[in-house]
Design a protein around this ligand. Structure first.
Ligand code: UDP
Length: 494
């Protein structure tokens, strides 16, 4: 039966790490259904997005008015990319003020469609307020998490309970999440560590997360088979569905560096990788916005050199410097490191932005030293690449926990931007994962198993639908049911 063309509204928070998975979701929905997509954001983000949408896509980009200077933010600040960390919370607080404009926008869409509301509204994990708009206008509404189920469950439980404030020890359990193993204080992101219930982050999160209770469910960019504990947490906690529909990822051709300069062309990168033997290269990158301290950088460089392995390292200026400025290898790396790396042909230093998808999919890549941002994790797992974890912020600490303790495809090297990292540990972790050790072999075996699970979850052919494809169908069925119920109620009332 042909599907009716419906409108789906997507609205991510103004942060690159959130906009990118939303865009991947929009393209995924567009490809799988004949629904039209309305992608909402503030004017400057929409302007940037115009360059990221593939020409064949008919995603409708719609601006929602926003003036950063009305909220004590520097003028023309509409993305956390342009903000120092201490102002991120202010942009989050300011985003709450978008509620009336968002309601008006949905009302306009309903009017344009002669009274027919969008089939559903999918919003960011930071937009707990959007459930009010959806309820008032009788539209099905879900949250979309670009984070793992496990990571988000830890994050939710920590914010709702602040358990570290109630114990004396450095290690503790999560009161409403007994399935999770114990959490160590070093695994807490800075804002949770410093939260006391009365600070700006706590106040924001309490209200935001409470808003989730009114939502119709949560979509997760993850796979049921290896992330079920976190998904079950939300099913029990909210009494609502948690649909695991991932991984939805941008393809290599759809990912321009989103306003960042590319440091190397994909062709040159592939050419370099192709000169290396199978499974011989370590890829090192800490995502789109993280960097490490100058001291850690020295230790990492020394460790990489001493490991004897080939590597590609996306280098950024250390903590304290503008992350988008040029990299000064003479100052920040051991003496002669850059020349030795180049002359020996053993390493490739990439500034600013690397073609990650092309790198991870190359057969010479053996392992990935990563901050374990969830997109990077999904990309690595999709290509069966095991990881060495160095989480830096947010739920990355709990992604490592999931990958190491439950899935068995990662070892943790370090935690955070100020921890002590020794070059000897860098060497031993690299060798553990990349050499023919028992652990290394086991991690590679599991990573390749997970790759198959992922491919299966996204399969839709010859009458077979994988778990993630089914979950997406279930999501649309739930939205349809609500639509039908509303129509029956409206007809009854008329
Ligand atoms: N990325 C990339 N090249 C880089 C750095 C990052 O292509 O040099 C992409 C990476 O493939 C991933 C995203 O940027 O899709 C980073 O998302 P993730 O969730 O891993 O981390 P975040 O940047 O949000 O901390």
């Amino acid at each position: 039966m042909a599907q009716r063309k419906e409108n789906i509204v997507l609205f991510p928070f103004m942060m690159q790490g959130h906009i990118i998975p939303f865009l991947a979701l929009a393209l995924h929905i567009e490809q799988r259904t004949n629904h039209s997509i309305t992608f909402v954001n503030t004017p400057l983000n929409i302007k940037k997005l115009r360059y990221s949408i593939p020409p064949e896509s008919s995603i409708n980009l719609v601006e929602i008015p926003f003036s950063s200077s009305d909220h004590g933010l520097p003028p023309n600040t509409e993305n956390t990319d342009a903000l120092p960390y201490h102002l991120v919370i202010r942009l989050l607080e300011a985003s709450v003020s978008l509620e009336p404009a968002f309601k008006k926008l949905i009302q306009n869409l309903i009017e344009e469609q002669q009274g027919r509301p969008p089939l559903c509204i999918i919003v960011d994990i930071f937009f707990g307020w959007a459930a009010n708009v959806a309820r008032e206008l009788n539209v099905f509404q879900a949250i979309f998490s670009g984070a793992s189920g496990c990571g988000l469950a830890h994050y939710y439980s920590l914010w709702m309970n602040l358990p570290h404030r109630k114990v004396d020890s450095d290690e503790f359990s999560l009161p409403d999440f007994p399935e999770a193993s114990r959490v160590h204080i070093t695994q807490l992101p800075t804002n949770i560590l410093e939260a006391d219930g009365g600070d700006a982050w706590s106040v924001f999160q309490k209200k935001n997360l409470s808003g989730w209770m009114k939502s119709d469910g949560i979509l997760f960019n993850t796979v049921e088979q290896f992330d079920h504990i976190g998904l079950s947490y939300f099913r029990d906690k909210l009494g609502r569905p948690a649909w695991s529909i991932g991984p939805v990822l941008l393809s290599a051709e759809n990912r321009s560096p989103f306003g960042k300069e590319g440091g190397i062309s994909p062709e040159l990168c592939i050419e370099w990788l192709s000169t290396k033997p199978l499974n011989s290269v370590l890829y090192v990158s800490f995502g789109s916005m993280n960097t490490i301290s100058a001291k850690q950088m020295m230790q990492l460089a020394t460790g990489l050199e001493a490991s004897g392995k080939n590597f590609i390292w996306v280098v950024r200026p250390p903590v304290g410097f503008d992350i988008n400025s040029d990299f000064n290898a003479k100052e920040w790396l051991p003496e002669g490191f850059e020349e030795r790396t180049k002359n020996s042909g053993r390493g490739l230093l990439v500034q600013k932005w690397a073609p990650q998808e092309e790198i991870l999919s190359h057969k010479s890549v053996c392992a990935f030293l990563t901050h374990c941002g969830w997109n990077s994790v999904l990309e690595a797992l999709s290509h069966g690449v095991p990881m060495i974890g160095w989480p830096m912020a947010a739920e990355q600490f709990f992604n490592v926990k999931l990958l190491q303790e439950q899935v068995g495809v990662c070892v943790e090297l370090a935690r955070g931007k100020s921890c002590e990292v020794r070059h000897e540990d860098v060497v031993s972790k690299i060798q553990l994962v990349m050499n023919e050790t028992q652990e290394g072999n086991e991690m590679r075996r599991k990573a390749s198993q997970v790759m198959k699970i992922i491919r299966n979850a996204m399969k839709d052919e010859e009458g077979f639908k994988g778990s993630s494809i089914k979950a997406m169908d279930d999501f649309f069925s739930a939205a349809e049911s609500k639509r039908q119920q509303t129509e029956i109620e409206n007809n009854g009332a008329a």
